[in-house]
Design a protein around this ligand. Structure first.
Ligand SMILES: *Cc1c(COP(=O)(O)O)cnc(C)c1O
Length: 547
């Protein structure tokens, strides 16, 4: 069914002409543009189909032999793919950093895909290259706020780069640490530099055992990928415990000195501008001092939280970010740009030259090709989506979105605090918070219990939280994620908590109240809840065996 002929004529048509205007593809397009929320509610539903069921639709490892009509194929996509996709636009989908997109990205992305520019070299992206450089300059300006002359001089300079546009925060972090590595182990008399000579020669020349990167335990796993990919080894990621969720500057200084005294070199300290798990911001200003004292690079991973800089009211929460040698910001998180837009920004526009590559047919010396200083090669014109969003929202528009998200998170934290059977684990610094469900009587008991005595009870609450999170997800009305972390109220042990990211501007206070009510209802209906209540009522406080 739906098999098309293998003919050049058919293939030429696929390349050049849209199908007639009543085709399935045209209908989808019309429906999408008439009302995206309506389209999503009809097609993208969390069906109670297991992942294993969905996998059966994608089980054939053979390339189809014959062509298919585009319409037939579109039909099958609706059926197999769209129907089982996750509705990230839902106002009650508050578990992740991925959320609804503003509508204008749909038609604009068509422009980007249609033009099919390749940002690796100017020969395939004449206007897109200057545009991307401007976008990097705007974000650089947001972080570093340099003079007009500075940007006039560097924005389009063939010898400089204010940053590297890439597909996301992971690549941005790797790029920033790659630049740092090549700078710190750069060429000097008697040594060609790590980029040419490699790590073994660099260690020999500097007389060191290892090169390390320091962050808190809340550092994103992309940092671990970075030290791995850059050849330093995962054991050289020094992740310090963070019972208060942030990196303690004094402890960082001591750990850094110890590491250096052991015959190693510290490459970088990474401060986090909004941790992925709890949304906390490291004391960036103090960490900049520590990095200075230790003589290492200072990188700030603000992949998620960086957009807070748009808000005059809240930008102080990232105070000290302007002292970082490099900064990561994801546009596909709080800047509401489609997936695939991240940036590494460099304080000093000379620094990107430490990773500059040239090739004969491309990236020639003196060219303005962006590919010379990016890790990725061929790249699409995603910078256009950032450019458009920056213009369509403006700083003030973003400010409104950011302020609202943070205030909504504060309001939700209040709701949680007021509810007897919920416990706020970490209050929101930005628009992310963690909490858990736990009967009031058990909360009291846990707080009175001495360390260790409450282990069994804690584990039982953990199981309750996991069970509620799963049941809520499976019911399909709303989604909250979960994680495990050391909570300030219960130091030195990890507990399981719900994690909420307030990203969708359409999420209302009523949505939040409904999510809490649903969780409470699910919780009180579990057998675990009855067991916990029995525990709470057990005034003697002795360990009761739990089945
Ligand atoms: C999301 C995130 C990353 C990774 O970004 P991707 O775009 O997913 O590659 C890195 N660091 C932090 C703090 C993040 O929140």
């Amino acid at each position: 069914m739906g098999e098309a002929q293998v003919s050049l004529e058919h293939l030429f048509r696929v390349f050049t002409k849209p199908e007639h205007k009543d085709s399935k593809l045209a209908q989808i397009e019309q429906h999408l543009s008439d009302n995206i929320l309506d389209f999503l509610s009809q097609h993208v539903v969390t069906k109670k189909t297991s992942l294993e069921e969905v996998e059966k639709d994608f089980a054939d490892a053979k390339v189809p032999e014959s062509p298919e009509f585009v319409s037939t194929h579109a039909e099958s996509l609706l059926d197999k793919l769209v129907a089982h996709s996750v509705n990230t636009y839902s106002p009650s989908f508050i578990g992740h950093m991925t959320s609804a997109l503003p509508y204008f990205h749909l038609p604009l992305s068509k422009l980007m895909v249609g033009l099919n520019q390749n940002l690796v070299k100017i020969e395939t992206s004449k206007a897109f290259t200057p545009l991307e450089r401007q976008v990097l300059g705007m974000l650089h300006n947001l972080v570093y706020d340099r003079s007009r002359e500075f940007y006039d001089h560097h924005l389009h300079s063939a010898k400089h780069a204010l940053g590297a546009f890439c597909s996301g925060g992971t690549i941005a972090n790797i790029t920033a640490l790659w630049v740092a590595r090549n700078k710190i182990l750069g060429p000097q008399p008697g040594f060609a530099g790590v980029a040419k000579a490699g790590l073994a020669a660099a260690y020999r020349f500097h007389g060191i055992n290892n090169l390390g990167v320091m962050c808190s335990k809340r550092g994103h796993y992309s940092l671990s990928k970075a030290v791995d990919a850059l050849g330093l080894g995962r054991q050289q990621l020094i992740a310090l415990p963070a019972p208060q969720q942030t990196l303690d500057p004094e402890k960082a200084l001591r750990a850094g000195k110890r590491y250096q005294e052991e015959g190693n070199k510290l490459l970088a300290i990474v401060g986090i501008g909004g941790t992925t798990e709890t949304g906390h911001v490291d004391p960036l200003n103090e960490l900049a001092d520590v990095a200075k004292e230790l003589g290492c690079w200072f990188h700030v991973d603000a992949a998620w939280g960086g957009a807070t800089l748009f808000s005059n009211q809240y930008r102080d929460r990232l105070k000290g970010i302007e002292r970082a040698d490099s900064v990561t910001i994801d546009a596909h998180k709080q800047m509401y740009v489609p997936m695939g837009a991240g940036m590494a920004l460099f304080k000093d526009p000379e620094n990107a030259n430490s990773v500059r590559h040239h090739a004969q047919y491309i990236l020639r010396e003196g060219s303005k090709d962006l590919g010379a200083t990016t890790l990725e090669g061929s790249r699409n014109g995603m910078a256009m989506m950032v450019y458009s969003a920056l213009h369509i929202f403006g700083r003030k528009g973003y400010e409104l979105l950011i302020d609202r998200s943070i205030q909504k998170a504060q309001a939700f934290a209040e709701m949680i605090n007021k509810h007897p059977d919920f416990e706020l684990t970490t209050a929101p610094t930005l628009s992310l918070l963690t909490y858990r469900v736990c009967p009031l009587a058990v909360q009291k008991k846990l707080k009175e219990a001495k360390n260790g005595a409450s282990q069994e009870l804690q584990e039982q609450v953990d199981r309750l939280v996991v069970s509620v999170q799963k049941q809520q997800r499976e019911a399909g009305k709303s989604f909250v994620s979960r994680t495990r972390l050391e909570a300030p109220d219960y130091p030195s042990k990890c507990i399981t908590v719900f994690r909420v990211v307030l990203a969708n501007p359409l999420t209302s206070h009523n949505d939040l109240a409904a999510i809490l009510a649903e969780q409470h209802l699910i919780a009180t209906r579990t057998k675990l809840w009855q067991q916990l209540i029995a525990h709470g009522a057990d005034e003697a406080g002795e360990a009761v065996s739990v089945s």
